[in-house]
Design a protein around this ligand. Structure first.
Ligand code: ATP
Ligand code: MG
Length: 385
């Protein structure tokens, strides 16, 4: 592939959320023009792009215009219809492929891919009908019933302890195809972001340690100081194996569970930059968004280096409602008075509980110092840390 050199090409992205916004910002700093396709008039990425095509992901006119105006196209939204990516691929270079994105869109297919790639995942069973429901191995209980498609931030998931609860939960989820996963005793959660080029070159970011609250990512810490080096190497090797087995091109994030007995199992993956990689904007010499640009343009993929220990705090809309009455802007001035504090807001007009409004990266020379400044920032914002 001849690289699309900085300053001389236009890049397209399907989806206009915060991931698309940060992609556009990274592409802009390399001098690319950007076009965002998203049906929402007020999308965070549309607001910063050179052009916003306000169209449905399946609108053939919108897709044709995106292909006409762009030299290469990516996605920031994993539930974009795979057929949209396949249609675009007939006209332009597209990464990741519709085929790879389709694997990530369906938990059952995704788990089958993990097994094929030789990477262990949680014991599970697929439930698509009453017969499969009745045949569930009771050893999978207590478990978590997850819809196969369209789940995110813990949505579309129900914890179940008994066969009776399982039946009720499946009915509650509308009897759509689901995966029942055994509830595992977690010691920690990790993620690894790998970047693979069309030429097969592959690099990875350092292992990230993640803390979720109510199914939503709350904190990421890098380096993952509490996690054994051999386990970290295993996570990186598994992540690379998963990407290579798919012939993946682009940025791929793989989430892992570290179990209390020391085993590592893969949870799920996202075919795009990931919330747990937002620290790379300030903690690494190349961010995950710049890597997305490099992968789709055929630029060199250098191994990213962690230059500062980092803690990322997710900023959910709940923060705006701390005072009791209507929404109030958090005390950003106090937060920004802390050395090493880097605030990223996504330009969303309305704060709502659970909505991802931004994130705060705290960086320092040592993990201990990064944690100390994160604790100060969390105290100012009223976040647990
Ligand atoms: P995301 O926002 O990452 O896409 P999601 O809605 O797809 O989230 P999962 O990653 O499947 O959901 O699960 C969300 C969280 O729930 C996990 O990070 C973990 O904390 C917990 N969890 C999920 N599955 C299990 C399991 N089998 N055993 C124990 N905890 C689990
Ligand atoms: Mg997850």
């Amino acid at each position: 592939m001849t690289p699309l050199l900085p300053g001389s090409a236009t890049l397209g992205v399907l989806g206009g959320g915060q991931l698309g916004r940060m992609f556009v910002q990274a592409a802009h700093s390399l001098g690319y023009r950007c076009v965002v396709l998203d049906p929402d008039k007020a999308s965070p990425a549309g607001a910063v792009a050179d052009q916003h095509l306000c169209a449905d992901y399946l609108d053939s006119f919108g897709l044709a215009q995106l292909a006409r105006d762009c030299d290469a196209i990516t996605t920031e939204f994993e539930n974009v219809p795979a057929i949209a990516l396949e249609t675009l691929a007939g006209m332009r270079f597209v990464a990741p492929s519709g085929e790879c994105v389709a694997v990530c869109q369906d938990r059952a297919v995704e788990k089958a891919h993990f097994e094929k790639a030789g990477v262990a995942c949680a014991p599970h069973a697929v439930i698509t009908n009453e017969i499969e429901l009745a045949a569930i191995d009771p050893a999978l209980l207590p478990g978590i019933l997850k819809t196969s498609r369209m789940g995110y931030d813990g949505k579309g998931q129900v914890r179940v302890r008994t066969p009776g609860e399982l039946t009720a939960a499946w009915q509650r989820l509308g009897q759509v195809p689901c995966v029942l996963e055994q509830l595992l005793p977690l010691a920690a959660e990790l993620s690894v972001i790998v970047v693979r080029g069309a030429d097969g070159a592959i690099v990875n970011f350092p292992v990230q340690q993640n803390l979720h609250r109510d199914g939503i990512l709350a904190v990421t810490e890098v380096p993952a100081i509490g996690v054994d080096a051999a386990l970290q190497q295993q996570a990186v090797a598994s992540a690379r194996q998963v990407a290579e087995a798919m012939g993946y091109v682009g940025v791929l994030c793989i989430e892992f569970f570290l179990l209390q007995d020391g085993r590592l199992v893969v949870n799920e993956m996202a075919p795009r930059p990931h919330n747990s990689g937002h620290y790379t904007l300030d903690g690494c010499d190349v961010s995950q968004f710049e890597m997305q640009v490099r992968a789709m343009t055929g630029l060199p993929l250098v191994p990213p280096r962690l230059v500062q220990a980092s803690v990322m705090l997710n900023l959910l809309g709940d923060l705006w409602f701390r005072g009791g009455e209507g929404p109030q802007t958090p005390d950003w001035a106090a937060v920004l008075a802390l050395p090493g504090a880097h605030l990223h807001l996504y330009g969303k007009a309305e704060a709502r509980p659970g909505r991802k409004m931004g994130h705060l990266n705290l960086t320092a020379d040592t993990p201990e110092a990064a944690r100390a400044v994160a604790a100060q920032a969390a105290a100012i914002l009223g976040l647990p840390f």
